[in-house]
Write a protein that binds this ligand. Structure first.
Ligand SMILES: [Zn+2]
Length: 120
């Protein structure tokens, strides 16, 4: 439960105090999230090796597909939108959730392979 809270609040996987991201990013202002290189509290290096976050793209892909399916089901069966409007709704929601997916996928990746219970 505590790890889930730390993932959602984007805390360091080792100490649970420092923040992983210095900027959250805002898709409406075309700002992407910015990660800290090291934890401000314990000095843990978040990107362990070059290309470490390559795999988080697969996590982001899975998150995006899940959101698209959710938007499709709600648009079609709750609001009864046409398929063209559903595609537009999915595009808008995917764009708006882009920064959130970026951060959450990296947090999930960090905690899967670099969490507190893992030994370095
Ligand atoms: Zn830390």
């Amino acid at each position: 439960m505590s790890q889930l809270t730390d993932i959602m609040s984007e805390k360091c996987p080792k100490c649970g105090v420092g923040h992983v991201f210095s900027k959250k990013g805002n898709p409406l202002l075309f700002q992407i999230p910015k990660m800290n290189e090291h934890c401000s509290e314990c000095g843990h290096k978040f990107e362990r090796e070059p290309g470490y976050f390559f795999g988080s793209m697969y996590v982001s892909y899975a998150l995006t597909i899940a959101e698209m399916v959710g938007v499709f089901i709600i648009s079609r069966f709750v609001f009864g939108l046409s398929y063209v409007n559903i595609v537009i709704a999915i595009g808008i929601i995917s764009f708006l959730l882009g920064a959130f997916n970026f951060r959450l996928s990296r947090m999930l990746w960090i905690y899967m392979f670099d969490g507190r219970h893992k030994q370095a």
